[in-house]
Design a protein around this ligand. Structure first.
Ligand SMILES: Nc1ncnc2c1ncn2[C@@H]1O[C@H](COP(=O)(O)OP(=O)(O)O)[C@@H](O)[C@H]1O
Ligand SMILES: [Mg+2]
Length: 309
């Protein structure tokens, strides 16, 4: 099963001890589910839940979408998976933690014209409910000044927990909170990973993209040790797959050899619809509801709903 590939970056990293399989794969999915379901049922509703106007006892599952490489479909996956959850009757909040504001833009909101944004939430402690805009899903919008948030937050006590704190108040109102992150492992991404229960890692199917996974693993390890012991990878998502090329097929095989069942069964193929939809300020599920592109994110939603907690 484990075909040895000489010169493969992930295999080399594993051998040199930079990437331990246990650390990478973590507990298997079935035990994830049982370990998390039991306490969730027994736990008393928190203050935030009591305040929440949602269903009693509800507590959103928070998923961060992370990969420090740009252009791997983080934003596309955050939005389309969030909309796929909403299509199945879930209340969903998508949070844009990227100063580029692509998620915000993809829902037809211009980050240059936004008055109140995640910047105010993170830096000034503004309640997140005040900056949420209702689109296909609820969006915690970004504005360009989010680019200055890391510096503005750097002297704050508890700077890594600003997002976690902000979300606590609204977790009773949603079933899922999906957090889009910037292409770096800086303070904004650290905030997302600290607030998250799970991480979904979109990976473009080529060797160079996969190298970055080692660095992300190291960051996650540090987050678990220092800030959020429970956070773990929900799954690794092969994106922008051009199944006609041998290279892409091999890249997916290497992912599966190294990450086992952490690799989602769903694959997101290359499709022009993904580039067209954001221009219309819509998800692919809205822009081309019956297309294959939309179907692939519905299938991902099904996988997460089936395997997750
Ligand atoms: N499956 C896909 N096929 C083709 N283009 C895609 C696909 N997924 C995303 N894109 C496009 O690739 C670009 C980068 O995607 P994006 O989600 O913004 O990546 P990231 O957030 O990781 O930087 C965008 O223009 C997006 O529309
Ligand atoms: Mg992005």
């Amino acid at each position: 099963m484990a075909i040895k590939r000489l010169g493969d970056p992930i295999a080399t990293a594993k051998e040199s001890g930079r990437l331990s399989p246990d650390e990478v794969v973590g507990p298997t999915r079935p035990s994830d589910v049982s370990a998390e379901k039991a306490p969730a049922k027994a736990a008393a509703p928190s203050k935030a839940e009591a305040k929440g106007k949602g269903k009693p006892g509800r507590r959103a599952k928070v998923i961060a979408f992370a990969n420090q490489k740009g252009g791997v479909a983080k934003t596309t996956t955050t939005l389309n998976l969030a909309v796929a959850f909403a299509e199945t009757g879930h209340d969903v909040l998508a949070v844009d933690m990227d100063p580029q504001g692509n998620l915000t833009m993809s829902q037809g909101v211009d980050p240059d014209k936004v008055e109140k944004s995640m910047f105010d939430v993170l830096v000034h402690g503004m309640p997140i409910a005040e900056i949420i805009q209702k689109r296909e899903i609820d969006v915690g919008v970004a504005s360009i000044d989010l680019a200055g948030a890391e510096i503005a937050m750097s002297a704050q006590i508890g700077r890594e927990r600003a997002l976690e704190k902000a979300l606590e108040v609204v977790r009773g109102d949603y079933d899922f909170v999906c957090i889009d992150t910037p292409p770096s492992l800086g303070l904004l991404t650290v905030n997302a990973l600290t607030a998250a229960d799970k991480v979904i890692v979109p990976v473009q199917c080529e060797y160079l993209s996969m190298r970055g996974l080692v660095q992300l693993q190291n960051t996650l390890h540090m987050i678990r040790e220092n800030l959020n012991p429970k956070v773990e990878i929900e799954g690794i998502l092969p994106t922008m797959l051009d199944s006609r090329t041998v290279h892409a097929k091999e890249a997916v095989e290497i992912l599966e050899e190294n990450f086992g069942d952490k690799v989602f069964e769903t694959r997101i193929r290359k499709a022009i619809k993904f580039a067209e939809a954001p221009v219309r300020g819509a998800s692919v599920l809205k822009y081309d509801p019956d297309g294959k592109a939309a179907g692939s994110y519905r299938s991902l939603a099904k996988e997460v709903l089936t395997h997750g907690s």
